[in-house]
Design a binder for this molecule. Structure first.
Ligand SMILES: [Zn+2]
Length: 132
């Protein structure tokens, strides 16, 4: 086996770290937090004098339709974190994909070069191309 260069180790480590982060986004939820202001309809309520009731909701799409869940106050933080997890996950997927595209490009180039010189590639590890 070819010795692993520092560069390769670094790349692999980076990808492993990102992949590990993926596992921490298990609560993810796709949606947006929306502040809702409304009148409750009671004639004596403060909302009739303009102080509208405020609440938080999550809006999301299901089968192309917009849906809404009202979030009780003690679940605000959880809802927020779940939505943040979704964005974090999306971001991580983009980063990992970017690294893999780079690595794959290198690998493809290495394979082409190996074919040209009629020698078998001695590197059995995928995604371990060197350089840029
Ligand atoms: Zn009211």
């Amino acid at each position: 086996m070819k010795p692993i260069t520092g560069k390769q180790t670094e790349k692999r480590r980076q990808r492993n770290n990102l992949a590990k982060e993926l596992g921490k986004c298990g609560r993810l939820m796709k949606g947006s937090l929306t502040q809702i202001r409304r009148r409750c309809g009671k004639s004596q309520c403060r909302c009739m004098r303009g102080q509208l009731h405020e609440s938080l909701a999550i809006t999301y799409k299901k089968d192309g339709k917009s849906c809404l869940i009202h979030i009780p106050k003690d679940l605000h933080t959880q809802a927020q974190e779940a939505i943040e997890d979704y964005h974090k996950l999306k971001n991580l997927v983009e980063q990992i994909s970017g690294l893999n595209v780079k690595a794959f490009k290198d690998l493809a180039r290495t394979q082409r070069t190996a074919k040209k010189s009629q020698t078998k590639s001695s590197d059995p590890i995928p995604f371990s191309g060197e350089g840029q």
